[in-house]
Design a protein around this ligand. Sequence first.
Ligand code: SF4
Length: 505
Amino acid sequence: METAKLEHYLAYKPQPFTRAERDRVTILFGGLHWRVERLIQGAMGNLGYRSQVLPTATREDLLTGRELADIGQCCPTSFTTGNLANVLRRETQQRGAKEVASNYVYVTAGACGACRFGQYHQSYELALRNAGLDSFRMFLLAQNGLEQGAAEGGGLELNLPFTLGAIWAVIVGDLIQDVEYQIRPYEVNPGDTERVAKESIEYLHGIFDRSPVSGMAKWSAPLWYVGTRRFVDALREVRRRFDQIEVDRLRVKPVVKITGEFYLQTVEGEPNYNIHRWLESEGAEVYPAAITIWLDYLMRLAGQDYADHIGIDRHARLKAGAIKAGQGLLRWTYNRMRKALADLPHEMPDQREIRTLAAPYYHSRLNGGEGDMLIGKALWAYHHKKAHMTCELSPYSCMPNTMSVGAMAAVTGKYPDMLYAPLEIKGDAEVHALSRCQMILTEAKRRAQREFEDTLKVNGITLERARELLESFPEMKRATYRVPRLGAAGTAANLVHHLAARARS
Ligand code: SF4
């Protein structure tokens, strides 16, 4: 009788990607929003890498991901796995598997942790094997290191110039996204915002692509990034472009804050049923989820870990201090660039406050997915009147999000007037998710209208008078005019407060 052969598990290890291959091999990446992806491409081009952004995943990719990898995996894993597999399949049909394996590599974020995120590369590996592309090379970018050295073969150097370029691209891309979402619902000429956003990202792509970082020693890059005015000046130019757009901010719209699992809250497309655009088409102003906040959160998690080891690890205090300084630098950089855009983009929430708000409901050391941030962000938006409603995008089969949705039951029990729409996203149940969102959105619209009417009453003016006042302050019709937050969640209500105050002064 034949006995079973014992085979040990071997973790995925790609074939080397050598330095000599860098000029002809294209690096594939994706899974973020298009603005950040395009800017990262610019930063990579500056360092001599050829790159290609994967298209936003589609329903077809979801089905491919389920077919080729584990069918029970969370839907972001299925979407991204299927997306990579389909792109490679199409390329294979044109060029053959050998050429695809030789001319492309894939780079993605990797992690270990409580959830599926730590297993993404295994799903990719399984899917590629099932698709007949076993020799295709994938490289993981760890989330917790600025200087990770060269990947196997030296073709990809995950060093400071690379990582800082990506972080700066994230910050700039997030700021443009934020401005865009604050302007589009109020634009007088439909299409203006879209056009300017696209032109601005192309312009900024050039700013990253032609930056002087490529010629620098790697340890000079951090000093250059922190000190340079290159991006601030470029954003001033972008502000000038957005400034040409005329807006009518007396349109009453509920503000909907997007939160949820990282991938689903970030992408704009079929993976989240195009929720951003759908909300806008339903009359809302969307408050998008910035990736920069996720970076701040990752630093907070690392800082917490070091703080827990004070007295055990003799360098822990120093490391915790370094993380705090890193967080301060991130915030300073974000605010500096935000200022170049007239302070129009939303501010970054303070991670200490997020943690404190979430603490009664969710332990800050539970670190899968967005951890306690989902609870903290919803409460932050509620207490500070940042939005009328929070829409949380929870992937089907996501362990951390299932926990946070459970914890949110206690939050909404304590604050019954909080408008919170947790949407389970399966990828193929659009009507169900959007109809659920619409139920809460209807109430958010009512609240925004009531808030607006109350504001008119408090200030003793009518809508017609508010319109007259707006005509007498034409600068307020410019897209980058910042309406101060004067106690209301809605843009139109804050504008009424502001107009009345200006008329009185
Ligand atoms: S956070 Fe949820 S959806 Fe995202 S990788 Fe982890 S388990 Fe999957």
